[in-house]
Every structure is written in C-alpha cells, then in structure tokens.
Design a protein around this ligand. Structure first.
Ligand SMILES: Nc1nc2c(c(=O)[nH]1)N[C@H]1C(S)=C(S)[C@@H](COP(=O)(O)OP(=O)(O)OC[C@H]3O[C@@H](n4cnc5c(=O)[nH]c(N)nc54)[C@H](O)[C@@H]3O)O[C@H]1N2
Ligand SMILES: Nc1nc2c(c(=O)[nH]1)N[C@H]1C(S)=C(S)[C@@H](COP(=O)(O)OP(=O)(O)OC[C@H]3O[C@@H](n4cnc5c(=O)[nH]c(N)nc54)[C@H](O)[C@@H]3O)O[C@H]1N2
Ligand SMILES: [Mo]
Length: 655
C-alpha cells in the first residue's frame, strides 16, 4: 500500500513549501505532492519540488571520495568514511597548527536552510575560530538599507496579500522565484486587486501583470522619488500617519522636490504619465503591498534602491506595508544552533563577494564547503576555481550531489538529501513551521550533516577547544533554540507532527534610534549609510552593456540540472544591439570584461531593452566557463552585498 509522508522543502526560497512524499510498496518515492495544510504553499508544488524524488536519485554523491589531481581533469576514487574523515581531520589539524585557525575557511550557503542540515553543523567551524563567509551574496545590502529606516527589515505577512488592493512587485519576478506568492497575488486580483510589476526587462511576471513599468537598471531610486513627489502633490500622503509614526519628512520632502518630472524621466527612461499612474494607484487603492525583490538590490546602488522603494508604503500610511525578507521578525535562537553564542570569540568573517581573489591568492589553506556551490555562485567564479586548484589548498566538499565545486575537491563527503534526514526549516516569508522527519533511507553511504560534523570534530579533537556541546543531541538543541519561538503550541506538539506558527514582532515596532520610522535615517555609523537614499545611475563606457541574471522556474541556482538538463547557455539581446553587432539568432556570442570571457548562444528579443542583456543566473558558457566569471567582486558600500546585476560587458559575435 502506498503512503504519504509529510516533509518540508529546505531550499533558500521564498516559499518554504510543505509537501507530501508518496511512497510505493517498496518504500521508494513514487511522487511528490503539495500539502494543502499549508495555507500559503498548499495549492501546488513548483516544477522543482515536484521532481525532488527524481533529483534525489540522480548525480548523487553516494560514497566518500578522494580527489586525485592529475592533468587538470579531476579524477575521484571511492573510499570509506574512516579514511575520508581521517584525511580531512589530519589536514585540518595540521593547518590550524601551522597556519592558525583563520587560515581555515568555512563556506556555506543556500543548499539546505534547515536548522539541523544548515545551522548546527557550523558549530565545529565556530568553535575552531575558522574564517566564515559573511552571507552577503543575497539579501545583505537591502536588509542593511531597510534597517536604516525601519530598524529591522521584516515586513508584511504574505498571508495578507489576498486582502490588498494593489500589489507591486518591484525588482521581483515571483512567477519564477516565488510561485506561491504569485498565486496569492493572483487570488487578490480575482477579488479586484491590481498587480504592478516594476522590472527593467519583460519578466515572466511582467508579461501577465496589469501594469509593467520598466525603469533603466539602477534607476529605481529616481522612480520611487517620482512616485513620492506625485503622492505629496496630489494629497496621497497620510500626513497624520507621518506626524505620529515617522521622523524626517521634511528632509525627504526637500530631496523629492529636486526630482522634477523631467529629471525622473531622464533617469528612468519612463514617461512621467507612467510614474503618475503608479502613484495614483497607491493613492486610490490605499491597502497596498510593496513586494521588494532581492534581484534588483544585487547591484551598484542596490541598498539605496530598496530603501527608496520601502518609503512609499510609509508615505501612504502603512506600518511595514512592504515585504523583503522576514528573517528578522522572529524569536528562533539561530546563534545557539550554530554555536555562535557558545564560543568566547566570534569567528572572523570574510566578504563572500570579494572572496575569490583571496582564495586565488592562497590566503586560506583548508576550505570546507557545505550546502553551497561557490565555484558557480560566487562573483569572480573563475578566479575562485583557480584558487581551489592550488596545490597548497585542501578542499573538502560536503554535498548531496556532484556539484561543480565537488568536482574540484580533494575530499567529497556524501550528504543525505533532505528527504533522507530529520530537520526543521524556519521560513523567511510565511510563518508556518513543521517537523520534517526522514522519509526514506539515505542513498549509498550518505549521512546527515550533524553526524558528519560530530565525526570530524572527534577526529580533529587536537585542534578543537574542549566543547562538549559539539556533541549535543540535535533535538535537545532545537528544544532550547525554539523556546518562545511559536505563537501557541509546544515543541512537543511540533515533534508530534502538528504545524505551528512562528511568533513574530509586531508591524509597528521600529528599533531605530527614535523608535519611529525614520524617513531620513539618523544612525549613520555604518559605511555607506546616508540619511536619504541616493540615486546612483550606472556609469557605462561606450559600447558596454549591463548584464542582468535571474532565476528560471525549473532550477534553484545550479540545482535540478540533473532533472531538467543543463541551465540554458543563452543570453537575451535586444534586436538593436544584435543588429549593430551583426549578431544572428542562435549564433555564439562572446561576453567579455576585465574579469573574464563567456560564450553563450544569442536569443534576440525585445524582452530586454537596448543596452541590457539577460542570462539565467549561475549558467555556464562554452567549455563550462561559469557566467559568474564576469561578475565583479566589489561589495556594495552599504551592507557589503553583491552586484551581480551591475555586471558590465562588451558583446561581440564569435569570430
Ligand atoms: N549571476 C548571479 N549569480 C548569483 C545570483 C544572481 O542573481 N546572479 N544570486 C546569488 C544568490 S541570491 C544566491 S542565494 C546564491 C546561491 O548560491 P549557492 O548556495 O551556491 O547555490 P546552489 O547552486 O543552490 O548550491 C547549493 C548546493 O547545496 C547542495 N545541497 C542541497 N541540499 C543539500 C543538503 O541537504 N546537504 C548538503 N550538504 N548539500 C546540499 C546542492 O546540491 C548544491 O550543490 O547564488 C548567488 N549567485
Ligand atoms: N525558481 C527559482 N526560485 C528561486 C530561486 C531560484 O534559483 N530559482 N532562488 C531563490 C533566491 S535565493 C532568491 S535570492 C530569490 C530571487 O528572486 P527575486 O527576488 O525575484 O530576484 P531575481 O529573480 O534575481 O530578479 C528579479 C527581477 O529583478 C529584475 N531587475 C534586475 N535589475 C533591476 C533593476 O535595476 N531595477 C528593476 N526594477 N528590476 C531589476 C530582473 O530583471 C528580474 O526579473 O529567488 C528565490 N527563488
Ligand atoms: Mo538568494
């Protein structure tokens, strides 16, 4: 008889879906189904979640492997856990002894965000004092920007979307990146809401929105100021709300007055009537949701763009009428799970954005990679790959699959997939949490990350300060970390299978110096912090194009290529840019800048405006060269975030 087992997708994604794995008589996964008990994700599975049973059995790392560097093409031989752990631990102890703990680098990211698979295994690296990545690839700069005005970045609960009359997705492509939020928005539309998409290209979401505005990349601050200007001029600003809940309206207003219709149109490329129409929609529809994407803040002025957009809902009188990432709203003690609050000294942090050149320079002698595929996802990815190939650097990768990074490792340790281990995933969008117990037996000799971490900690005891908490039982850790985390219900209920709802801070709580929304920020002690957002238009050299990259519905970063085939090696080019360079549809073109050169197939389309090209994020070009070989490694000033979407390239047909 078949049976359904509850699980939760742990990928770093807006939706954090509850799912049901349907097992056949032999106990194998027959198919994945949506779980209707989650009001946000219960409708359907995305094309990735639906194929998780297939991904589980394809391209897996089944056994520990030792890499044998040879003539540049890596070879791997299977080994046993004892040998793999001993090899890794010996090298770890030797590195710490000879070069100090900070010459050990731990890189982790978005593969599995579960508290047990993602957070708890970091305990070893935190107690060692290893250098850790600073998590700046994704949301960091926008979060730092929002903190200047709101004290913390959390915003509205997506379950409120069906109650809104206007939903603006700004630099956000939910039809691909957040399909369940998109469904909620469309449900609101059925009840009369308007959906607006603000995106520099015609994204999947833009195609079906009620209205699409396409500001030039990097010009969103000007658009937001233009909208604010119309709101002030037409009585759309809730002055009573401003006087009660905000400071800084006069500074903001002075800035807005400088943004004349001509100046806004010139910066954004939009007709003033489009700006007016958006402002009037905000004024007339009142109950709005401003959904601020992560995509458009991975750019030169990304933090300031998020700041400017976030001020619009305050002007129309809404407490946190925006959504960005809700990870700062709750009470889960992540520092305890990771062991950060258990060590006497915090681990040194290194910028992920600027990491590649330091790895290439040999600054780290031992690199541990878990839940991440940095050889494809980091800026300056080709340089990073050169660093991994150095003979004086030891690389250990713990992954479920043979990722590009695993293929460059000295030791590869097989991780059990999320369907093969217990975990608890804390969403950063909606509030629903439930225990995700193991559904099926781990394939091959793959193991869960806590087991792997504890094995390695024992074997490397000579380098590790005495810390019995490394060996804590996972459930005991969770019980402690979750005290006070839920709105009713106990951790025992959770373990018995009952979904619980996260307890969250109220929307009108503003941990700023004034305790109010600071339309003009007053805490300016961070690099790049200014009272008001600044517009930093892209500075382009003649002939240069700006390259955007973002998600496709069937892939999560580099994942699911084993199910759907390689990420498309294509670049979308406007017909004018193709014509002036004699580029034909389907032909091979070179994208080049001072960082590297990537060859992709041309797709000619008006989905992108002139001067802008688009490629699937994390794809690879001819010869397996990662797209991110082109991406600069300079962090944003505010928040240290990435600039993927400000990558400038020259484009030419292949000779
Ligand atoms: N050009 C460009 N580059 C970008 C971006 C962009 O917009 N443009 N976006 C950036 C952003 S926002 C992000 S979040 C990063 C994502 O960057 P990464 O986190 O490096 O992306 P993934 O390819 O998802 O890599 C996750 C890895 O974890 C593995 N994994 C999955 N589940 C498990 C598990 O349970 N255990 C273990 N041990 N491993 C597991 C997967 O097999 C995969 O190899 O990429 C960034 N890179
Ligand atoms: N299918 C799928 N879903 C995912 C992921 C995935 O890999 N695959 N990754 C997850 C993760 S970790 C993240 S961070 C999110 C990212 O998901 P989103 O927040 O939706 O961000 P992106 O898809 O990177 O970009 C959104 C849009 O921003 C536009 N854009 C770029 N620059 C500008 C600009 O200057 N101005 C304006 N207005 N628009 C601009 C791009 O054209 C793009 O369509 O998705 C999550 N969901
Ligand atoms: Mo991300």
């Amino acid at each position: 008889m078949s049976r359904s087992c509850p699980t939760v997708c742990p990928r770093d994604c807006y939706d954090t879906c509850f799912a049901l794995a349907e097992l056949d008589e032999s106990g194998e996964i027959a198919r994945m189904r949506p779980d209707p008990t989650n009001p946000v994700t219960g409708q359907a599975l995305c094309p990735r979640g639906a194929r998780d049973g297939d991904r589980r059995v394809t391209n897996r790392v089944l056994y520990p492997h030792l890499g044998a560097a040879g003539d540049g093409s890596p070879r791997f031989e299977r080994t046993d856990w004892d040998t793999a752990i001993e090899r890794t631990a010996n090298r770890l102890v030797e590195t710490v002894t000879r070069h100090g703990p900070s010459s050990v680098l731990c890189l982790d990211y978005a593969g599995n965000t579960g508290l047990l698979s993602g957070a708890m295994p970091l305990r070893l690296w935190n107690v060692l004092g290893a250098t850790r990545g600073d998590n700046t690839l994704c949301t960091a700069s926008g979060a730092a920007g929002l903190a200047l005005h709101y004290g913390a970045a959390y915003g509205l609960d997506p379950e409120d979307l069906p109650t809104r009359n206007l939903i603006v997705f700004w630099g956000f492509n939910p039809a691909s990146s957040a399909p369940h939020l998109w469904t909620l928005a469309r449900r609101a539309r059925e009840a009369g809401a308007m959906i607006v998409v603000v995106d520099s290209r015609r994204s999947e979401s833009a195609r079906t929105a009620d209205r699409w505005l396409a500001p030039r990349p990097g010009s969103d601050v000007a658009l937001a100021y233009g909208v604010a200007r119309v709101l002030f001029e037409t009585g759309g600003v809730d002055l009573d709300f401003l006087s009660r809940h905000t400071v800084g309206q006069h500074e903001l207003r002075r800035e807005i007055e400088l943004w004349t219709p001509d100046r806004v149109s010139e910066a954004t490329g939009l007709a003033w009537t489009e700006v007016e129409a958006l402002a009037l929609a905000y004024r007339e529809r009142r109950a709005s949701a401003t959904m601020i994407g992560i995509g458009f803040q991975k750019s030169d002025g990304g933090a300031d763009a998020v700041r400017a957009v976030s001020l619009i809902p305050a002007l129309v009188g809404l407490h946190r009428g925006f959504f960005y990432s809700n990870s700062s709203r709750g009470f889960v003690d992540g520092a305890l799970v990771e062991g950060r609050s258990l060590v006497s000294r915090p681990a040194p942090l290194v910028s992920q954005v600027a990491l590649a050149r330091r790895v290439a320079a040999g600054e780290f002698r031992f690199i541990w990679v878990i839940n991440m595929n940095p050889a494809s996802s980091l800026p300056e990815a080709a340089l990073f790959r050169q660093g991994l190939a150095r003979s004086d650097v030891f690389v250990a990768v713990c992954d479920t699959h043979w990722s590009e990074t695993a293929r460059l490792a000295d030791v590869v340790l097989p991780a059990a997939s999320y369907l093969e281990k217990d975990d608890l995933v804390i969403p950063w969008t909606h509030r629903w949490v439930r225990w995700a117990p193991r559904v099926v037996t781990p394939l091959g000799e793959s193991r869960d990350e806590v087991w792997i971490m504890q094995r390695l900690a024992r074997a490397a005891a000579a380098a590790t300060p005495e810390s019995p908490w490394l060996f804590d039982e996972p459930w005991a850790v969770l019980e402690k970390a979750l005290e006070g985390a839920f709105d009713g219900g106990s951790v025992a209920d959770l373990r018995a299978g009952t979904p619980l709802k996260l307890r969250v801070r109220p929307p009108d709580h503003y941990p700023t110096p004034s305790g109010l929304i600071e339309l003009a920020a007053s805490r300016l002690d961070r690099p790049g912090a200014t009272p008001l957002p600044r517009c930093q238009p892209a500075k382009m050299a003649p002939g240069e194009l700006v390259m955007l990259s973002s998600a496709l519905p069937r892939y999560t970063h580099t994942q699911f290529q084993e199910v759907y085939g390689p990420l498309p090696a294509t670049v979308t080019i406007h017909p004018d840019d193709a014509r002036s360079r004699s580029i034909a549809e389907g032909s091979q073109v070179a994208l080049a800048n001072r960082h590297g050169r990537v060859v992709l197939a041309a797709r000619i389309s008006t989905d992108v405006p002139p001067g802008v090209i688009w490629a699937p994020k994390l794809t690879s070009g001819q010869g397996g060269v990662p797209l991110n070989a082109l991406v600069p490694g300079e962090p944003q000033e505010l928040g240290g975030g990435s600039r993927y979407n400000s990558t400038r390239v020259a484009l030419s047909p292949l000779e």
